[in-house]
Design a protein around this ligand. Structure first.
Ligand code: AMP
Length: 427
């Protein structure tokens, strides 16, 4: 009997062009991480459940409903990571990364995350994130650098129509004053909230801001504004962040209702949203400061800040907006075609020349009709066909056909690499 098994709901196989988009996103981010002096950290894909339940917050959707939690054969409770920060903090504390002269510790990660959510466009059960954590300083300049780095990633990827939202949700002390007023405002409106939010109202009303029900979010947004309740020190900190962002010429908008969905955030929070996406799934990335989390994990009492970017959503939007992956020369793919087996030697010469020059290329192994080869080249996303026939062999040349405009050029072997790069600039 044949097996007819699909990938699990909310997961997908990634191949072909999608891999090229992801490679481009990851390498663009990696280059920027290097420039900002961040080092990579790889943590396990699963952790003991408390790593997430205690840090992300018991009342969050993630902990309440979305974690892939299971018991191993010894009865230990484990959870597939739903996000990166908690694991990075656990790893930094466990591996004693905090010395006295190395602060802030600056780490980045790229990995798959798992949340049992209702799958829809831009929302998966397994998805990929890249993120950074800078631990050991509460200097507002660091906040601005982190936000600048987030904005730089999207700029380098070729996005233009994005908004960077920034807010401060204060420290634990000044947030208390806000929550008191917020509860007062919400109590008479409790009947209009969803069941989950009615529970949140008593235990953790901030989570109403990121409820999946739009009506609950709206009600929260129309209430008192967190920034008005900031203590003096949080206020000064936030001014430091916005002043530094302005000095760095980073465009941002203050959003007084931005809180973000994790309990561990303090002070600065931020999000980068696309104006081309539906508002339920328009966040491409976001983050914030978490000044109390490291101590909570048994580490030193040390402030920190980080962000995470959704790789799948970013790749999806790049494709929708027609933003290419890679520079022109990185995107180029050449298909070397010859119909004549006697020309194998010349074919290998050209193949070596192109590959040694960093041009991605392939050859045809079976000679079929030229028409069939063009069809195949188009199907496999080649941009240029390099044709080698008797005439080309005799003249030590190559005929290039740009598959976008079908223009054709016969070029000497010596100049062919340069010509390919020139065509690449127009693809
Ligand atoms: P968060 O970890 O919730 O702050 O999310 C950071 C980014 O990860 C979001 O802005 C999304 O781009 C992405 N993301 C979060 N959850 C999902 C999901 N279920 N599917 C796809 N991308 C997601």
């Amino acid at each position: 009997m044949k097996l007819a098994i699909n990938s699990p709901r909310g997961t997908t196989d990634i191949y072909g062009e999608d891999i090229r988009y992801r490679d481009f996103i990851n390498s663009t981010a990696r280059n920027i991480f290097k420039v900002f002096n961040f080092e990579e950290l790889i943590t396990p894909a699963f952790e003991y459940t408390e790593v997430f339940s205690r840090s992300i917050g018991e009342e969050t959707d993630i902990v309440q409903k979305e974690m892939y939690t299971f018991f191993d054969k010894k009865g230990r409770s484990l959870t597939l990571r739903p996000e990166g920060t908690a694991s990075v903090v656990r790893a930094a504390v466990e591996n004693k990364m905090f010395g006295s002269g190395n602060l802030p510790v600056k780490l980045f990660y790229i990995g798959n995350m798992f949340r049992y959510e209702r799958p829809q466009k831009g929302r998966m059960r397994e998805f990929w994130q890249l993120g950074v954590e800078a631990m050991g300083s509460d200097n507002p300049v660091l906040d601005a650098e982190i936000i600048w780095m987030l904005s730089m990633i999207f700029q380098r990827l070729g996005f233009r129509n994005l908004t960077l939202l920034v807010n401060s949700i204060g420290c634990l002390k000044c947030r208390k004053a806000f929550i008191k007023e917020f509860k007062k405002y919400l109590k008479p409106k409790a009947g209009g909230l969803c069941g989950d939010c009615r529970k949140r109202l008593g235990k953790n009303p901030l989570r109403i801001f990121d409820c999946k029900v739009a009506g609950c979010r709206e009600t929260a947004k129309n209430g008192p504004k967190i920034p008005q309740y900031l203590c003096e020190s949080c206020n000064t900190h936030f001014t430091g962040v916005t002043d530094s962002l302005s000095r760095l010429s980073v465009n941002f908008k203050i959003s007084d209702s931005l809180v973000r969905g994790f309990d561990y955030y303090t002070k600065t929070v931020f999000e980068i949203v696309s104006n081309d996406l539906d508002s339920a799934q328009n966040a491409l990335g976001g983050g914030g400061r978490y000044d109390d989390l490291i101590a909570q994990f048994g580490g030193p009492d040390m402030p920190a800040i980080g962000f995470a970017v959704g790789i799948d959503r970013t790749a999806m939007l790049m494709k929708e907006l027609g933003i290419g992956y890679g520079t022109d020369t990185e995107r180029i793919k050449v298909y070397l075609v010859s119909m004549d087996n006697d020309l194998t030697g010349y074919m290998l010469e050209i193949l070596k020349l192109l590959r040694d020059s960093g041009i991605s290329c392939d050859i045809n192994y079976t000679s079929r009709s030229m028409k069939a080869e063009i069809k195949k080249a188009e199907k496999l996303d080649f941009n240029i066909i390099a044709f080698l026939g008797e005439h080309e062999f005799k003249n030590k040349s190559v005929t290039l056909k740009n598959l976008k405009d079908f223009k054709q050029y016969t070029i000497s072997k010596k100049e062919v690499v340069e010509k390919i790069f020139e065509i690449a600039g127009r693809i």
